[in-house]
Design a protein around this ligand. Sequence first.
Ligand code: GLN
Length: 486
Amino acid sequence: MPELAKLTIEDAQMLLREGAISAEELTQSVLTRLFAVEPVVQAYLSVQEDAALDAARTADARRAAGDDAPLLGIPIAVKDAILTKGVTTTCGSKILKNFVPPYDATVVQKLRAAGAIIIGKTNTDEFTMGSSTEFSAFHPTHNPWNMDYVPGGSSGGSAAAVAANETLGALGTDTGGSIRQPAAYCGIVGLKPTYGRASRYGLIAHGSSLDQPGPMTKTVTDAAVLLQAIAGHDPRDATSLDAPVPDYPAELRRSKGFDGLRIGVPKEYFIDGLNPAVDTAVRNALILAESHGAELVEISLPHTDFGIPVYYLIATAEASSNLSRYDGVRFGVRVPADSMWETYFETRAAGFGAEVKRRIMLGTYALSAGYYDAYYLKAQKVRTLIQRDFTAAFEKVDVIFAPTTPDTAFKLGQKIDDPLQMYLTDIFTVMTNLAGIPGISIPAGFADGLPIGLQILGPALGESAILRAAHAYEQLTDWHHDHPDL
Ligand code: GLN
């Protein structure tokens, strides 16, 4: 029997069902692994050891009584941007360092209902603003493949925890790439669902028209299993989609590999400055798919160049509005001062980090009278053009293949003083959020010992198509069997 912490969700489900292992043994193995590697990886902001073991014993009792909930007894980590009832949720910010939510986010409620065990809360850039997890107010997280490198961000804690076998799977959130980019950097699978596929209720809001929670796992099948658990309509999220949830794992089992799949190759994603190893990895994936029955179609997404400016206008505008609630009165930390206004100023000055302040200023500027039309409104119009690019593309193809990021992980500290360089790591991921479509990143190779991510995009509610393509690729390759030496 392998070390239980190293199991996939799929294999653990099987062993739990057969009675070969107990949820308590599995959870204990994950905790043992976690405490052994956390001193170097630092993926977690908090670990709920006792609650997790309690929940594991409850899961074993449920199973003994005949319960077979899909995630019964499976340890899952949750990004600290997602509310967990009674468990401190900071979103990587000092302003929320003592915030204990009175309710669970819908996705957490759904995980618990499916029998999952919440093992801990993972590190994130403050308010999910960042691409390296270095903007966490508490500590950075290290890339398990090389401790001198970032794990990506903002769901860097979840990505590192999965890669280091400190959990079987995790939830992240993705506003402009925060699930897919760290998944690519850490060599795991990360799926951003269609906007509205999973509920945003109980997510700490960054850009409300962009945010989506999603699975981060060791394999594509595991991503399908977790997506299945969290997807669905939620009346408490006004933008949640009221569409039936397919049985994603069952559809994956029935899927026909690459045979007959039309794969779009967007010429705008193969740019100067792309790391040649990343370019080669994606092109090799295309050759492999074609040799197994896929049809490659060159497509154009002509507004790709505008992705970064449009994203950083819309996301910051929405963030500046969303973050106005942290005023020291209703949530988290308060710095008392002589007047109400001074309390607001002092609390926000002390509570927010530099990147969050920069975003609030950028967003407030883009929304201010006199600049609104030139920046925010214009960005919204270009967003519509970006959406139309994808709509036109998906008339010709079933999925699109692209790099997840232009390069592999960078060194800790390398981009921390250069916001623009940091923002440019999102160049291939932000469009997906602007268009509201789903995307997945899967392991597709290595360069100098650091993982490379292949990104697969699909039309709105096309999760089954991207899972199918991702799974077909995974079946033909061995990258997901490689694990960092820790
Ligand atoms: N890195 C991007 C940003 O800093 C995306 C963040 C995210 O998806 N939460 O905004």
